[in-house]
Design a protein around this ligand. Structure first.
Ligand code: CAA
Length: 294
């Protein structure tokens, strides 16, 4: 049976994007946040994205209303009691995730698959707070979810192969290219991306070049859509810092160690675009201004 009833936990940047692509693929979606204003904010960002697609002519107005009708917001975890799969995109902290899964496990029927959008926390560790490690997988999307074409599907040593294939089919139905991977912190993308981003900060710290010159080098020299420091601002410095800590803890390798400048910026609250300041100042969001951090 295909997975039709989808729950999405968390309606921030990632959760709202996941809920949107799930509803666009025809699934019936309930998205949950911890407070009514957060539910409202998440649903509004989805509505804005859909309206933009209609304006561009990539979505029919009638389809927009059908997609919206398939999306329901809630603050009540109990509303996940009839879901075929719950995709979790809550805060990237293990204690919060474990508490969430332990509560969810008591609400959902036996057949419900649990999928975490974590970028680095071991899937196996979250699965231990449930009675269903065989029905637990990772489904890692990329920001902005409606645009980025990839999803990593992660199995643990305990995942039932049939559950894994069901998740692969769902990722494909969402319009994504699926890559299959195992439960190692960072999976494929962040294993390669995080050391690269951290090296860009080290290069800045060592005075190799300015913020703009480091970004332009990778944009124009390697054809990347964003330079590494712009991408750090986009992903969030705090998020990248937490990911690097988890990956360093897993592998004990220097390439995953956070450079002091990154830590200082996170301590100062300069977390990137969402904070209005990171490697760039976003006072005028249309014209980010590179900062001199050397
Ligand atoms: N939500 C939905 N759609 C969005 C969007 C958003 N937040 N931001 C941009 N778009 C859409 C635009 O509407 C536009 O759509 P059309 O092609 O239909 O017109 C398209 O994306 C391109 O946008 P723009 O023309 O405004 O800007 P751009 O060409 O500079 O592209 C970008 C923006 C897609 C973000 C591009 O810069 C890019 O690909 N950047 C790299 C992003 C990246 O690497 N993401 C992965 C981060 S790592 C991660 O997420 C995982 C982790 O664990 C940390």
């Amino acid at each position: 049976m295909p997975l039709e009833k989808v729950g999405v936990a968390g309606c921030g940047l990632m959760g709202s994007g996941i809920a949107q692509v799930a509803a666009q693929s025809g699934c019936e979606v309930i998205v949950r946040e911890v407070s009514a204003p957060l539910v409202e904010k998440g649903l509004q960002s989805i509505e804005k994205n859909l309206a933009r697609q209609v304006e561009k002519g990539t979505l029919q107005a009638a389809d927009r209303h059908k997609i919206r009708a398939r999306l329901k917001g809630t603050t009540n975890l109990e509303d996940f009691k009839d879901r075929d799969i719950v995709i979790e995109a809550i805060i990237e902290q293990l204690p919060a995730k474990k508490e969430f899964y332990s509560a969810l496990d008591k609400i959902c029927p036996k057949h419900t698959i649990f999928a975490s959008n974590t970028s680095s926390i071991p899937i196996t560790e979250m699965a231990t707070s449930t009675t269903r490690p065989d029905r637990f997988i990772g489904m890692h999307f990329f920001n902005p979810v409606p645009v980025m074409k990839l999803v990593e599907i992660i199995r643990t040593i305990a995942t039932d192969p049939k559950v894994f294939e069901e998740a692969v089919a769902l990722g494909t139905r969402f319009g994504k290219t699926v890559v299959r991977t195992t439960d190692r912190s960072g999976f494929i993308v962040n294993r390669l991306l995080v050391p690269y981003l951290l090296d860009a900060v080290r290069a800045l710290e060592e005075g190799v070049a300015s913020v703009e010159d480091i970004d332009n080098s990778m944009k124009l020299g390697c054809g990347h859509p964003m330079g590494p420091l712009t991408l750090l601002d986009f992903v969030g410095l705090d998020t990248t810092y937490y990911i690097s800590q988890i990956m360093f803890d897993e592998f004990k390798e220097k390439r995953f160690a956070s450079p002091p400048l990154l830590k200082r910026m996170v301590l100062a609250g300069w977390n990137g675009r969402k904070a209005g300041r990171g490697f760039y100042d976003y006072s005028d969001p249309a014209k980010p201004k590179a900062l001199d951090l050397r």
